[in-house]
Design a protein around this ligand. Structure first.
Ligand code: SF4
Length: 428
């Protein structure tokens, strides 16, 4: 049996696939799904950002995993394979949220985590008896997970060798815009430490990105993980909440284990906004102290902010910029609210009649997807770009460099100068 696993890209303005010269990170999903595939099944993978799809490859089955912004392209690929008589199975967060939509374009839909159902899907496909829906019962315990098959990827195309790795899944919080808790519930699970350490050591790589949604949600686990990583002499990036700053010992261990920067969901500097997205445990008055605890331990702050929330007016852009500068942000991930299907945010906006469209190809960073309350859509778009222009300007990069640890400076300048150019080209 020969299968193709596909991660589609998004669509460009002309409706063609968006290609990337050098994606920031290697794909994780496809190599991981390949590793879950039993030996004896021949696997090819196509990360469409960098690979082309061989529609005449003689496959017995095509598996497609898509994010919301990739869904339209995913359906186009699925339709084409099915026209040629090749069965298609689809999975991922978008498909799990909207299985009926996906089912119009494929032979089988996988809802939930693939670990518990993927082998069954392959066995049924081999017998020509795919069921319409495979629903994962519960969550995998994360023991004995296989190492992703990165050998199947075109590694030379990657901008940085930060190999993706997974230690935990889920998040105990429940922010209204986030798909994570919709998909995983509020469960939080982790792999045995020895499995993670073995995977790091066996890979031979020295730089990693934890793809976990919240790597420090269980502080005891994180401390043990970071302690075990210290002797490995690696560098790594990850995502967590600002609660990391409440535990200076955890900050120190993260830094000693090689953490260069953490992506942290601050979201807004306005308390009412934070309450409106069910994130009031993020307290504005605590931000400076908690962020300073993290930064002073040597970890750069990659801050996630959202502009266009319901309490934002024209002043929010200046206020956000001042906050980012005062806290010496390493970098910025700036979003407008994206009402992903299945989230409470999407339901609320739909009920209020404020959703502008559900053309999934437009569900990308910085898109205006609903009518803001206190500013116009045009003001939001202009303010979004002007905030990015200011944040990634040369004077800002120079000023923020003063707050970074020396070991992170080379990477700080590379990342910020790359983003300076991207913002200029409006392809941030
Ligand atoms: S803390 Fe982050 S990962 Fe957790 S629910 Fe909120 S946005 Fe999602």
């Amino acid at each position: 049996m020969k299968i193709l696993l596909v991660q589609p890209t998004t669509l460009d303005r002309n409706g063609g696939p968006n290609k990337w010269k050098r994606p920031f990170l290697p794909n994780y999903t496809l190599p991981y799904l390949s590793a879950l595939t039993p030996r004896g099944v021949e696997v090819e993978i196509a990360d469409e950002k960098v690979d082309s799809i061989d529609f005449g490859g003689g496959y017995d089955l095509v598996g497609i995993s898509a994010l919301t912004s990739q869904a339209v392209r995913a359906y186009g690929i699925a339709d084409r394979f099915r026209e040629a008589g090749i069965p298609v199975v689809m999975g991922g967060i978008h498909v799990t949220a909207l299985p009926e939509e996906a089912a119009r374009h494929c032979d089988a839909v996988v809802m939930g985590e693939a670990e518990n159902v993927w082998v069954q899907v392959l066995e049924d496909a081999a017998r020509g008896r795919l069921k319409g829906v495979y629903r994962a019962n519960g969550f995998h315990d994360m023991k004995d997970l296989p190492a992703p098959r990165f050998d199947l990827l075109k590694r030379k195309d990657f901008i940085s060798p930060f190999l993706p790795i997974l230690a935990t899944k889920g998040c105990p919080h429940d922010c209204d815009f986030c798909s994570v808790s919709r998909f995983f519930g509020k469960s939080y699970r982790f792999r045995p430490l020895e499995d993670v350490i073995r995977e790091i050591t066996a890979s031979g790589a020295k730089r990693f990105t934890f793809v976990d949604d919240n790597i420090t949600a269980n502080r005891n686990y994180s401390k043990e993980l970071f302690k075990a990583m210290i002797p490995l002499g690696v560098q790594w990036l990850g995502q967590c909440t600002i609660n990391l700053g409440r535990d200076p010992a955890l900050c120190r261990l993260a830094a000693e284990s090689g953490c260069c920067f953490m992506s942290i969901g601050i979201e807004s500097v306005d308390e009412d906004n934070l309450a409106s997205i069910d994130k009031s445990w993020n307290r504005v008055k605590e931000f400076p102290e908690l962020l300073s605890n993290i930064r002073k331990s040597g970890i750069g702050l990659a801050l996630n902010m959202i502009v266009g929330l319901d309490n934002d007016d024209r002043g929010i852009f200046r206020k956000t910029l001042r906050f980012l500068m005062d806290n010496r942000a390493f970098t910025l991930i700036l979003n407008t609210p994206i009402p992903y299907p299945g989230t409470r945010l999407a339901q609320r906006l739909d009920t209020e009649g404020r959703l502008l469209h559900t053309n999934w190809s437009g569900y990308t960073q910085g898109s205006i997807l609903y009518t803001p309350r206190r500013i116009s859509a045009g003001e939001l778009e202009a303010g979004y770009w002007s905030l990015l222009d200011d944040f990634f300007s040369y004077p800002s990069i120079a000023r923020r460099a003063l707050g970074q640890s020396c070991r992170n400076l080379p990477y700080y300048f590379k990342r910020n100068l790359d983003l300076h150019m991207s913002v200029k080209r409006r392809v941030y």
